[in-house]
Ligand binder design. Sequence first.
Ligand SMILES: [Cu+2]
Length: 123
Amino acid sequence: VALSVILACGGANEDVFIPKLEVSATGNDLFSPTQANALRGQTIRWTNHDTDNHTVQPDTNLPGMDSDSQYPNGIPPGSSFEYTVPNNAPIGARYYYHCRFHGTAGNGSDFGTGMVGVVEVVP
Ligand SMILES: [Cu+2]
């Protein structure tokens, strides 16, 4: 009896490389750009280009987009924090966030105050 094995290659795997979106924390205690338009599956990388620590905190609960999990005392100068948009994120979703040292949370549908930003999921 001959057994034949067919190796499936997984079909339409998405091997497309999506470049990271870069957001900077600046010396003016701002995120730049304020709005990052991200594709599903795209990684956003926040890099601290300032001389003091900053954080990325979701205004409303969004698992994963919280730099405290990696840097409990804030992202140090020269370091980066990354978050990848889930593949099932709704198109058009806007994830507001803030730095807990230099900003305040909004209500989830608008910016808070101070050092704030938003990630919008785009098609
Ligand atoms: Cu800050």
